[in-house]
Design a protein around this ligand. Sequence first.
Ligand code: FES
Ligand code: FES
Length: 161
Amino acid sequence: MKKTAVSFTLNNEQVDVLVEPRELLIHTLREKLSLTGSHIGCETSHCGACTVDMDGISVKSCTILAVQANGSELMTVEGLASDDGLHAVQEGFMQEHGLQCGFCTPGMLMRSYRFLQENPNPTEEEIRVGLSGNLCRCTGYQNIVKSVQYAAEKLQAKEEG
Ligand code: FES
Ligand code: FES
């Protein structure tokens, strides 16, 4: 099949890649760009394991064609940590035991990252609704909520300090 050239910014780096017109973004990320942090769970937009950030919104990369990402700014879980260390959401999931098997975690982290920019001071209920597109089969969600609360407090303290 004829390939199409696609360019985007990915974790702050310019990327040019050839993709098939029918290729899903999750496959481009994992198979062509070797970024396997984003997981494939359902491949039908239900589980959220493939969540990435695209132009400032959370998207499920199994429902986006790679060609649709042309010209966009993408961030995957690999881009969360910086030279300053782990991102607050990563620290939160670590401190509050927000994971068990870890399969949902990359998607949870990416959704939490964006959610806390949409709502920096959320209630428990708002966290549950904000992350409702991401499923976890292990934790019962309680510690995920606590992880996001931890991250929210940490981000607020950083802002104030
Ligand atoms: Fe994309 Fe489940 S793999 S939502
Ligand atoms: Fe296992 Fe969430 S930690 S699916």
